[in-house]
Design a protein around this ligand. Structure first.
Ligand SMILES: [Ca+2]
Length: 246
């Protein structure tokens, strides 16, 4: 989608105008990582230096009712959100709302107590699918003095299963270790299975076939981020797992 802004310098009352400028802007890529400090509008927060793995800055001093707004995001393919969060308190939430700080609530993340304002954890939450472009508001809530800090956020096509029995079945079939992973990922119970790695935008990054009951994948060349590992067994049964690459 393109937004065209036409500014007229004409003082004339006629129906014809001299168009002095046409600016074409594009919606943000929803699947690229968005730095929290690159918000379009903020209410009550501040920005500080960040000691997470990539450095940079994060949004801090976040109190109950404060919010950040990220404008013009295409949510049509989005089903979940990942955010890098840190807090010394428990019980806070980060609500995801559309078009205003009191707009439609499409999902909510729990602020983790990471023990330190600069100890970071990636949190994932399911979002109700919304078709079209929206200004996305992150609204922070807590009964504590501060809610927590945020370094970045990233939308994802991944559908988070909320069905506990489905997750338990999946967990009993294969194990993927360690997760988060830095380089070598061990997958068990995958004799003759096809293993595929997709990035968060659904692009196939790697495909291999396991000839043993377990396989070790070397992921050191893959960028940091969240990936989906699909394991297709000889009967065609598919299991999907989320893996965080550090
Ligand atoms: Ca940041």
């Amino acid at each position: 989608m393109l937004e065209v802004i036409i500014k007229s310098n004409s003082e004339s009352s006629s129906q014809y105008y001299d168009v002095s400028q046409i600016i074409i802007t594009k919606g943000k890529d929803p699947f690229a990582r968005i730095e929290a400090e690159d918000y379009d509008e903020a209410n009550g927060t501040s920005t500080e230096n960040c000691s997470d793995t990539d450095g940079g800055e994060n949004v801090g001093s976040v109190k109950d009712g404060n919010w950040l707004m990220f404008s013009n995001i295409n949510l049509s393919e989005v089903h979940s959100i990942n955010a890098r969060l840190a807090s010394e308190y428990s019980g806070g939430t980060v609500e995801v709302r559309l078009d205003s700080e009191t707009g439609e609530l499409i999902g909510s993340m729990e602020m983790p107590n990471t023990g330190n304002w600069q100890s970071w954890e990636t949190v994932t939450a399911s979002l109700n699918n919304s078709i079209g472009f929206y200004d996305v508001f992150l609204v922070f809530n807590s009964s504590e003095k501060y809610v927590g800090n945020i370094n970045w956020l990233q939308f994802s096509v991944e559908k988070i299963s909320t069905n506990t029995s489905e997750l338990q079945d999946a967990n009993s079939r294969h194990s993927l270790y360690p997760n988060p992973v830095k380089d070598k990922l061990l997958i068990t119970h995958c004799m003759d299975a096809v293993i595929e790695i997709y990035n968060s935008t659904g692009i196939l990054m790697l495909q291999t076939k396991s000839t043993n009951d377990q396989i070790t994948l070397d992921l050191h060349k893959i960028n940091q981020g969240i990936y989906i590992i699909r394991i297709v067994d000889t009967k065609g049964s598919i299991q999907s797992y989320k893996v965080i690459k550090q």
